[in-house]
Design a protein around this ligand. Structure first.
Ligand code: ASP
Length: 491
């Protein structure tokens, strides 16, 4: 039996084993699990390192294979039609399920609040700002859990600290850039007191700024920030121009084709390290959740079981029925082999919670193993990793309606239609990075006047749901490339 196993099969089984081991270790030995988290960081860094070069190389190569502008128009239109229709279907599934299951009925509101915790604030003159040290009796507080998405409120002083995520210090410390009062004015708080609450920072999100950001002042800054959309646009125009330059353009296109091959090979090599990296990622994340949730993570999941099951059922229906049928009917592909060939990408998506970080693996699986043409995959996959997020859209709609149910705010039919539209837009606007959906969910909540602090309730288990929805996001892109490739090939 083992003779017939290919190296890629062995890697796949090892990745599966790593996920199971990671869960076991994170659950039973959380502090050991945290110690091997560095393996995950190394793997994640390596993936991110390859995203920018691979996006540019595969996009330029893909576009250069188009014969004229009309072909680009047809490829672009089909891609958008596929993205929008599948995202819309997934949101509808979510809305139907959350209305049937009603997971928020009877759930008490929870906040990330530590009223008894004593705190001390020390200025950090070299860095600027200060650091808040917390003495938390029930030991649930981990400063490293929070990044700049959060603010910390001193309950006894009504002052909020803006967290400075660039200078992570210790488990019980939070670095703060500056403090503001309830009118947004900078203040210096008392240095000792009792009671803190962690809240999600209110973020302005506008599609106009996303649109303006499509054209960066400096393409290298966009690369350094892993800002994919401007790179896609740049590569699209650049690849198009190369095709008009005759022989000179051909030389450059050949160079990019070579680069593309080289990066794909890089990914294939990196996948040998994937089982270890994935073990580190899964173990450390669950370990952290075990240590920070009251009574352990299992208690947290049980408390939110109905909500968790609602999102999960929706994701399953969408991926197992809707996307699989689309793959079969419109992509003319057998689902099982296509799925097995894509599974390294799906498992990487589950482990990293990032469509962007997974993109190199997705491209490798879809082009190398599933034999989708480079021309289609080079365009559909990078774009899909940034704007096509079926899982995120479904989750945003479910989460928003769940929050309304907990707060006992009735939602009319038209309010649910607005949720449908904004969840679709919010998913398009979400970046392909961990928990980006949480940030853009503010759009959905604001659109129908739901309290944004409701997000606090779903925070504790969001990291796990994030992994599930990211897997569906990547599956949606993968199915899309087969469908669009077939469609294009027929014409
Ligand atoms: N983590 C997701 C992704 O990268 C986005 C999200 O839903 O937060 O696809």
């Amino acid at each position: 039996m083992f003779k017939s196993l290919r190296p890629s099969d062995i890697t796949l089984y090892l990745i599966l084993l790593a996920i199971v081991l990671g869960f076991g270790l994170g659950h039973y030995k959380p502090s050991v699990a945290l110690k091997i988290g560095f393996l995950g960081d190394v793997f994640l860094n390596a993936l991110f390192m390859l995203v920018v070069p691979l996006v540019v190389a595969s996009m330029v190569t893909g576009i250069a294979r188009l014969r004229n502008l009309k072909e680009l128009g047809s490829l672009g239109t089909r891609t958008l039609v596929y993205y929008l229709s599948t995202t819309a279907i997934s949101v509808i599934i979510g809305i139907i399920l959350v209305n049937i299951i009603q997971p928020g009925k009877g759930v008490p509101r929870v906040q990330d609040v530590h009223p008894e915790a004593a705190y001390r604030i020390q200025p950090t003159p070299l860095r600027g700002g200060s650091v808040l040290h917390l003495v938390d009796d029930d030991d649930r507080f981990y400063g490293t859990e929070y990044n700049s998405r959060f603010v910390i409120e001193l309950l006894d002083q009504n002052v909020c600290g803006i967290i400075d995520e660039t200078s992570c210090i210790g488990e019980k410390d939070i670095p703060v850039s500056y403090w503001i009062d309830d009118r947004g004015k900078k203040v210096e708080p008392e240095t000792e007191g009792f009671g803190v609450q962690i809240k999600l920072a209110e973020r302005e999100f506008s599609f106009l700024s996303v649109l303006i950001g499509l054209i960066p002042k400096n393409i290298f800054t966009a690369m350094a920030n892993n800002n994919i959309l401007p790179l896609i646009l740049f590569s699209l125009v650049f690849g198009g121009i190369l095709t008009t330059l005759g022989d000179k353009g051909k030389t450059v296109i050949d160079l990019f084709e070579g680069l593309n091959e080289a990066f794909l090979k890089f990914i294939r090599l990196l996948m040998y390290f994937a089982p270890l990296g994935i073990l580190g990622l899964v173990a450390a994340r669950l370990g952290r959740a075990e240590l920070t949730s009251e009574g352990g993570f299992m208690v947290e999941i049980t408390r939110m079981a109905k909500y968790f099951v609602t999102v999960l059922t929706g994701l399953l229906i969408h991926s197992v029925f809707v996307l699989a049928v689309i793959l079969l009917v419109f992509g003319k592909r057998k689902v099982w082999p296509y799925l097995t060939n894509t599974s390294p990408a799906l498992l990487t998506a589950f482990s990293t919670a990032s469509s962007s970080a997974t993109l190199p693996v997705t491209i490798e699986c879809i082009v190398d193993k599933n034999k989708v043409s480079q021309r289609t995959a080079g365009f559909v996959l990078p774009l899909g990793a940034t704007i096509n997020m079926d899982g995120t859209a479904l989750y945003e709609a479910v989460a928003a309606i769940f929050i309304a149910q907990v707060y006992q705010i009735p939602l009319s039919f038209s309010a649910q239609v607005i949720i449908f539209l904004t969840a679709t837009l919010a998913a398009i606007g979400a970046a392909g990075i961990p928990e980006a959906g949480l940030v853009t969910m503010v759009i959905v909540l604001n659109a129908v006047g739901l309290p944004t602090e409701g997000i606090a309730m779903i925070l504790a288990i969001d990291w796990l749901l994030d992994r599930c929805r990211t897997t569906v996001n990547v599956w949606g892109d993968s199915v899309g490339s087969a469908v669009i490739d077939y469609w294009e090939g027929k014409i």
